[in-house]
Ligand binder design. Structure first.
Ligand code: NAP
Ligand code: F7E
Length: 334
């Protein structure tokens, strides 16, 4: 049973579980537009039910009706920047939503394994270990990070208090061609592909100096599944162990698109120009956050040892796959 099946990770996870001959049930929310674009190719093979993790009655009924062996909680308002605008809603979905699921499992005595989608955003700003691992102190710096930290600890608490098989993945940023379009990697890829095709002049970004550890979603959902196949539940950091700045990611995409460029200026005035002197990337303070997580870098030694998991996709192959996908899409959308 997947909460959040219409999201990036939900779509890759559903594919993985179908390949392993699971019966997959996915929860979708009723909204005014179709949200099943990412799973349209596998829809006939999945059982879709309507629901919302802010509604305890609803999640109770879904779990009771389907008696799942494994529950993956991927549902969240997952945008860190947006969480500053909708902090209460973010806490309800990304924090209390997890409690609602755990309570149903506890109350029903269901023999069911539970995966919680935790985040490197929980490590936050005052990081005392580089790279970050399962023992690194959490100092979240956004309403999203704080909500995820509640989910992390309530999952640990239910595991210890009620002996539930419940695991936290502490996943660092992971991307793909179906990444949400307002997250920085996809925004950069779409913007620069449009510039290459002369459909856009300038891409506006926020903090170019933030450092992130970016992997591929396809590799990361495999780690989620592996956690639930262990004999005993635990928590795992999932990351690549390599770090790039937002500006370096821009450079990788420009290289893939064969666009010669040079950077000029500093701070918010830093700009990137093409060989004809056109400004193709600039900063806009709209995209800066009230508080930033400057640097994240993970160590997945525990996952490697206990889950036999390691990332398969390099940053260059991730960029190539994302650029090929969006270039083709933009050309076909003509
Ligand atoms: P995503 O693309 O934003 O997907 C989020 C999913 O949650 C969507 O299916 C969304 O449904 C669903 N959802 C939102 N509010 C809901 C609600 N009230 N009830 C039920 N479902 C709801 O996120 P993602 O990148 O796949 O990430 C999956 C999970 O991992 C999230 O919890 C995220 O916070 C966490 N995470 C992500 C990363 C990353 O780098 N991608 C890293 C660490 C942790 P709609 O389609 O209807 O909006
Ligand atoms: O930002 C900077 C921004 O929004 C990455 C979520 O999946 O990963 C994700 O959270 C960095 C930040 O991801 C823009 O300030 C610059 O430093 O792509 P992002 P995120 O905030 O790291 C974690 C692990 C999750 O759990 C979350 O669910 O890029 N940045 N300019 C920008 N970011 C955005 N979105 N847009 C910009 O224009």
């Amino acid at each position: 049973l997947i909460f959040g099946i219409t999201g990036q990770d939900g779509s890759y996870l559903a594919e993985l579980l179908l390949k392993r001959a699971y019966n997959v049930v996915g929860v979708t929310r009723r909204v005014s537009v179709d949200t099943t674009k990412r799973i349209s190719h596998i829809l006939p093979k999945i059982k879709i039910v309507e629901g919302d993790i802010t509604d305890a009655f609803n999640v109770n009924k879904i779990i009771e009706d389907h008696q799942p062996d494994e529950i993956y909680n991927l549902a969240a308002q997952s945008h860190v920047g947006v969480s500053f605008d909708v902090p209460e809603y973010t806490a309800d979905v990304a924090g209390l939503g997890t409690l609602r699921l755990l309570e149903v499992i506890r109350d029903s005595n269901l023999d069911c394994k539970f995966y919680q989608a935790g985040s490197s955003e929980m490590f936050g700003g005052k990081i005392d270990t580089i790279p970050q691992n399962e023992n690194t102190k959490f100092t979240p710096r956004s309403p999203y990070g704080v909500a995820k930290l509640y989910s992390h600890w309530i999952t640990v608490n239910y595991r210890e208090a009620y002996n539930l098989f419940a695991c936290n993945g502490i996943l660092f940023n992971h991307e793909s061609p179906v990444r949400g379009e307002t997250f920085v990697t996809r925004k950069i890829v779409i913007g620069l592909c449009k510039i290459k095709l002369k459909k856009q002049k300038t891409l506006f970004l926020g903090n170019l100096n933030a450092k992130r550890d970016w992997g591929h979603a396809r590799d990361y959902v495999e780690a989620m599944w592996k956690m639930l196949q262990k004999k005993t539940p635990s928590d795992y950091v999932i990351s690549t162990g390599k770090q790039y700045t937002v500006k370096q990611f821009v450079n990788l995409v420009l290289k893939e698109l064969d666009i010669e460029h040079r950077w000029k200026g500093k701070g918010i005035n830093e700009k990137c120009f093409d060989q004809n002197g056109n400004c193709i990337v600039a900063c806009d303070k709209e995209y800066f956050r009230p508080l930033e997580v400057d640097t994240l870098l993970g160590s997945s030694k525990k996952a490697k040892k206990e889950l036999n998991w390691k990332p398969k996709t390099s940053i260059n192959n991730l960029v190539k796959e994302m650029v090929n996908f969006d270039l083709k899409k933009l050309i076909n959308d003509k």
